[in-house]
Design a protein around this ligand. Structure first.
Ligand SMILES: *[C@@H]1O[C@H](CO)[C@@H](O)[C@H](O)[C@H]1NC(C)=O
Ligand SMILES: *[C@@H]1O[C@H](CO)[C@@H](O)[C@H](O)[C@H]1NC(C)=O
Ligand SMILES: *[C@@H]1O[C@H](CO)[C@@H](O)[C@H](O)[C@H]1NC(C)=O
Ligand SMILES: *[C@@H]1O[C@H](CO)[C@@H](O)[C@H](O)[C@H]1NC(C)=O
Ligand SMILES: *[C@@H]1O[C@H](CO)[C@@H](O)[C@H](O)[C@H]1NC(C)=O
Ligand SMILES: *[C@@H]1O[C@H](CO)[C@@H](O)[C@H](O)[C@H]1NC(C)=O
Ligand SMILES: *[C@@H]1O[C@H](CO)[C@@H](O)[C@H](O)[C@H]1NC(C)=O
Ligand SMILES: *[C@@H]1O[C@H](CO)[C@@H](O)[C@H](O)[C@H]1NC(C)=O
Length: 256
């Protein structure tokens, strides 16, 4: 028994040391920089800065467009642009603000939030808001968004997703439906039809996960990368400076 306990202890210590080693080195392999006060590093990367000969370090789809006017960098999700406002590399969270709504008191959301197949996920602490714009008919008792009043008497509404009156056909009576995501703590208490603009300006938090083709590379202490020509996640940048390109995706000598 003691032997087994010792063995398990040694094993967990070994794994602990290795995971620590990976934590401290993962930022070294790929280039890191600041933009708009936000530290950008792996798996995110600066668009237009190829590491070498058309290769980039990071996840495809996690490239950020930098600006030089002090604004945060911009992430594009299925052709919609978001300010990359905040990132926490410890708990893998990032905060995005739709560039269309930033600094507007009465923003008119123009698109759904679409994550697509990027390794991003919604957190439990967010809520979706459903907008119906320019409705020609509407249930009379509900409060509408006054700042989006229309000269032709059409009205616009916002609800927590699923809270709209279900016995009314919104899609039939309104010109457009848009679903956006906000942080839950920004909408509690406030009346949505007046408070939605402030909530949207605070943005929303997402998590990111290890991209599936990058798991082996990251476990072996490397940073994943890709060839810009084919845009496929096949490279691995290793701590020893080597770049694995042959698809084995694992750095040598890190794991036995
Ligand atoms: C691009 O990345 C390199 C490091 O790989 C860095 O030295 C350089 O300053 C970056 N270029 C720009 C334009 O940020
Ligand atoms: C995670 O990161 C976010 C953004 O920086 C921060 O607000 C939050 O407090 C952090 N911790 C947890 C447990 O979510
Ligand atoms: C990131 O998240 C961790 C864990 O929740 C937290 O301890 C830390 O303060 C956060 N850092 C920043 C810069 O928000
Ligand atoms: C919003 O306004 C503030 C101050 O009015 C400014 O500092 C910030 O850059 C603006 N944000 C955007 C995304 O334009
Ligand atoms: C918000 O909508 C997205 C996309 O439809 C969905 O994946 C997510 O689960 C929704 N979040 C909540 C809190 O309902
Ligand atoms: C409603 O329709 C009018 C005219 O078609 C348009 O100008 C306006 O932007 C629309 N409002 C909303 C909130 O979509
Ligand atoms: C919007 O229209 C409603 C009536 O439909 C009216 O009571 C309200 O004052 C209008 N608000 C603005 C900002 O024009
Ligand atoms: C947004 O998503 C909803 C389904 O959740 C869909 O009915 C609506 O047409 C979408 N709106 C736009 C502008 O794509």
């Amino acid at each position: 028994m003691p032997k087994l306990v010792n063995f398990l202890l040694a094993l967990s210590l070994d794994l602990f040391m290795k995971s620590r080693a990976i934590d401290t080195t993962s930022s070294i392999v790929c280039f890191a920089s600041y933009c708009g006060g936000v530290l950008i590093r792996y798996p995110f990367w600066q668009q237009g800065n190829t590491t070498s000969a058309g290769k980039s370090c990071g996840y495809t789809g996690f490239g950020l467009a930098y600006s030089d006017d002090g604004r945060p960098p911009i992430l594009t999700l299925s052709s919609d642009t978001y300010y990359f406002k905040e990132i926490n590399y410890t708990n893998n969270t990032l905060t995005l603000i739709d560039t269309d709504v930033a600094n507007q008191t009465c923003p008119r959301a123009s698109h759904n939030v679409t994550i697509g197949d990027l390794p991003l996920s919604y957190r439990k602490l967010v809520k979706n808001l459903t907008f119906y714009f320019n409705c020609t008919a509407y249930p009379s008792a509900l409060s509408h968004i006054q700042c989006l009043n229309n000269s032709k008497g059409k009205r616009s509404y916002v609800f927590e997703e699923g809270d709209e009156a279900s016995d009314f056909d919104w899609s039939m009576n309104c010109e457009d439906k848009v679903v956006v995501t906000v942080n839950e703590n920004e909408i509690n208490g406030a009346s949505l039809s007046t408070g939605f603009g402030v909530a949207m300006n605070k943005g929303f938090v997402l998590n990111w996960e290890t991209a599936t083709p990058c798991a082996k590379c990251e476990i072996s202490g490397g940073n994943c990368g890709f060839d810009r020509v084919n845009n496929v996640q096949t490279l691995c940048y290793c701590i020893d400076g080597s770049i694995i390109t042959d698809g084995t995706k694992s750095c040598k000598g890190m794991l036995t």
